[in-house]
Design a protein around this ligand. Sequence first.
Ligand code: OSB
Ligand code: MG
Length: 374
Amino acid sequence: MFVIQQIVLREIRLPLKEPFETTTGVENERRIFLVELHDPNGVVGWGECVAGAAPNYSPETIDTAWMAVRDWIAPRVVGREIRAPWEIHPALERNIRGHNMAKAAVEMAAWEVAAILEGIPLSRLLGGTETKVGTGISLGLQPSPDALAERAKAAIAEGYQRIKVKIHPGSDIQYVRAVFSAVDANAEIMVDANGAYSLSDGDHLCKLDQFGLSMIEQPLGYDDVLRHAKLQKEMFTPICLDESITSLQRAEDMVATKAGKIINIKPGRVGGFGPAVAIHDFCQEEGVPVWCGGMLESGIGRAHNVALASLPNFTMPGDLSPSARYWDQDIVTPEWTMDEKGFVQVPLTKPGMGVAVDTARVDALTVRTEKVSA
Ligand code: OSB
Ligand code: MG
């Protein structure tokens, strides 16, 4: 049993090394919302809210999440006797609808507190079994097919196990063809449309079937399931849902309606580790492979993703690029690295998330802070 005495909310700004463009906008600098959970004995667990500056991935933004944590979520967690971190997500669901990314930031930090108090790595507390996790790279929209092909070739040379290419109408078939002509025939390539197409684009999207892509991620609407089922009937390429899977129930809907064959699990999108593990377990029983997505996290969110991706049904490479892909300098030590075979090590020698937060640097980067106490 443990108690959270205080939750500190902070916003930091971290410039990306290069802009990241998708169909819904360009990101140059991350506004990152961090939470710090303090127990009465000085144990601290960190969490990172993955909401963006704009509501262009999900309806949440960093500002809505800040308000939700300060006014609704943190007050429900501080001072509460928590027997096990599994209890937190159900407690936050009661009469607080949505706000999954806000809930997840606090819930995941509480899991870290629990791991530290038990003296075990976060990975193992979650049920992780692997010692390293495979990673792929997510390449944002590029100015030309050739530019994309160059990036893909370089990424394969660095060791990435698969390449994910962002597509949208007007930048799709040609771009994918350019990638295939630049890389080895057996390279694993997938595409992510972030909901840029509609069902009437079905015939066009079926032209992607010729490439043998490992999957197409979220071709249709961000909250759609049924139309994906119609599209999957027409398309050979496996559909992977990202945005649409906001809960275990949506994962069940995907399987029941055959709207997709793979799930990208982002713990932030589903409300935390509790639901993320539940989706993992359900998919394992159903024979649906999963992989861990990314939201351009700092080293803190990345630590949480790596811990989750060490569970046994994360059989496909995750969007778990090393720190140097995103930042000149990360906010954790050691920074996240990837070996030449495209693996990231799961930290297993220290209790908790296994990397130390550079608190002096976080302080220096902080642009606003508030506290909620018991
Ligand atoms: O759709 O997977 C996505 C980044 C921000 C928002 C949505 C997505 C992404 C990525 C980047 O694809 C993955 C990463 O963190 O490297
Ligand atoms: Mg995606």
